[in-house]
Design a protein around this ligand. Structure first.
Ligand code: ADP
Length: 510
């Protein structure tokens, strides 16, 4: 039977188009996804940074106010800076006094830093004032007051200021990560070295410091007098950026996975539907051409015979009889074909009803053999029937299963040489099955065709099949019938030597 490849071809083209239309944008989308995942960390950092910005702003404004509200007081002979609530904001050992050009302090850092202030002692304000000093690359913040020629002061405790700030804020209100505030020195570009090289060195150092040092969520340089310090937000728990970005990455990953899953499902599903549609439309065309072809041949013969009769040329009653016999055979062929097509449509449409009842295997075999013999086949055939003794019953619709068996017998006959045809029909038990086998010494079937011959409308394309009439439906119908009975149909064949078709029917349960 000729098959039109155009429908399948156009299916492939449509499918390829679908793939391109779907895969290209989705590849782009995943590209974006990957970039987004890569940028995720930066995005989280940015989000946290902007979440903290406002808080840092207000804290940095509040800190100078806190400091100016604090009072210098002497307690137990030591100078201290006391916040309005009584807490100490100064270092216990950080007191100093400048008097007569000399510095009195126990703090070596202060000693060094205050050296620079010495010449300006006279210009210091009398009210307590906060200012920052630097020494040995480090900054210290002090508060001092002047009484005449004597300047007294104390170094501020960075730790105490940090605590003060941390208490001022409800961190949970800003972001869910546990954080603390810290005052850290503003990194200064080292003045020595200068030039390009020096810049490079300091940049490398800065990059190293930011990679190795504590991770800063957000920061703000404080306004004078604390301009040497920056207020930073530090995570106290695990790295929140890593956590948040890991979480977001997981979400992206899952979404991307889901996207691809649905995409694959959609493509596979659409492909299957398209393919089914394409096959269906191909089958319809095949069917129409098959049916018209199969109907035309007998109809042409019938018309010819009728014309011959109508012309009244046949005077001999024997000749007349022969033409009438041929007419009958052709019309029989027609009805058999139409019956088969209808059978198939009933089975396909699920309208076929099987009247099953427990049946001796012999009855089924006899029915098929009787129908086969009734066909007055030309050329003769040597049919051997061998049914084992004592076979169990099978639960079948006798007409249907006998019809399937008859089809195997007809095929064995049709696809054998014109002479010396031998067909063997045997029925045996094998475990839970009763096997009905039809063996012939015909042309056989090539291995690659063996599966396909059970497809509807499929006929092996060779000289013999072209000469033999057939619909390509026989084996398809037989298989459906046997499967509806819980059985199987199998074929073994050697091209040029013959074939053996076996129907396996389940034994009826006691
Ligand atoms: P049909 O006989 O009407 O063509 P079937 O479905 O019965 O349709 O068979 C399908 C094809 O299988 C046949 O066209 C034939 O080529 C091949 N075939 C079936 N039975 C045999 C057989 N016993 N020996 C060789 N070829 C066979």
């Amino acid at each position: 039977m000729s098959r039109s490849p155009s429908v399948i071809l156009s299916f492939r083209r449509t499918f390829a188009l679908l793939i391109i239309l779907v895969v290209l944008p989705s590849a782009g989308l995943s590209g974006f996804g990957v970039v987004a995942i890569i940028n995720e960390r930066a995005a989280v950092e940015k989000r946290l940074e902007s979440a903290w910005r406002g808080t840092l702003e207000s804290l940095s404004q509040e800190l100078p106010k806190e400091l100016s509200a604090a009072k210098l007081a002497e307690e137990g002979g030591r100078l201290q800076l006391l916040a309005p609530d009584g807490r100490i904001l100064s270092e216990p050992d950080g007191t100093f006094q400048l008097e007569g050009g000399r510095t009195f302090t126990e703090d070596p850092l202060l000693m060094e830093a205050l050296g620079a202030v010495m010449p300006e002692v006279g210009s210091l304000p009398e009210v307590p004032t906060v200012f920052s000093l630097s020494a040995g690359g480090r900054s210290v913040v002090v508060v001092a007051e002047r009484k005449g020629d004597i300047v007294r002061g104390v170094r501020l405790s960075v730790r105490a200021l940090e605590l003060l700030l941390t208490e001022r804020v409800e961190p949970r209100a800003v972001s869910s990560e546990p954080v603390r505030f810290a005052l850290m020195p503003v990194p200064r570009e080292s003045s020595e070295g200068g030039g390009l090289m020096g810049k490079l060195v300091s940049e490398v150092a800065q990059a190293r410091a930011s990679a190795l040092g504590p991770q800063v969520l957000a920061e703000r340089v404080l306004s004078p007098p604390l301009q040497d310090f920056r207020l930073v937000v530090l995570p106290t728990g695990e790295d929140p950026v890593a956590r948040a970005s890991a979480r977001n990455r997981a979400v992206y990953g899952v979404l991307l996975g889901l996207f691809y899953l649905t995409l694959t499902f959609g493509v596979v599903y659409t492909g299957r539907v398209l393919y089914r549609e394409a096959r269906l439309s191909r089958m319809k065309t095949d069917f129409v051409s098959l049916v018209s072809h199969e109907l035309r041949t007998p109809l042409t013969s019938i018309r010819m015979f009728i014309e011959t009769l109508a012309l009244g040329r046949l005077k001999d009653p024997a000749q007349m009889q022969e033409v009438l016999t041929l007419l009958t055979r052709e019309t029989e062929r027609l009805s058999v074909f139409i019956e088969r097509v209808l059978d198939w449509s009933r089975i396909e449409g699920g309208r076929k009803v099987y009247q099953r009842e427990p049946m001796p295997v012999m009855d089924v075999v006899d029915t098929a053999v009787a129908a086969f013999r009734a066909q007055r086949l030309e050329g003769g055939v040597d049919l051997k029937v061998d049914v084992s003794e004592g076979l169990p019953r099978v639960d079948v619709d006798k007409e249907a299963v006998a019809g399937a068996l008859l089809n195997l017998l007809q095929n064995a006959y049709k696809y054998s040489g014109p002479t010396n045809r031998r067909i063997e029909l045997s029925a045996r038990r094998s475990g839970r099955w009763v096997d009905l086998a039809v063996e012939d010494n015909g042309v056989g079937i090539a291995p690659k065709e063996r599966k396909r011959i059970f497809e509807r409308f499929y006929r092996v394309d060779n000289l013999l099949t072209r000469k033999t009439e057939g619909s390509g439906l026989g084996l398809a119908i037989a298989r459906r019938i046997i499967e509806a009975h819980g059985g199987r149909i199998a074929v073994k064949s050697e091209p040029g030597r013959g074939s053996r078709f076996t129907i396996h029917l389940p034994v009826q349960k006691a």
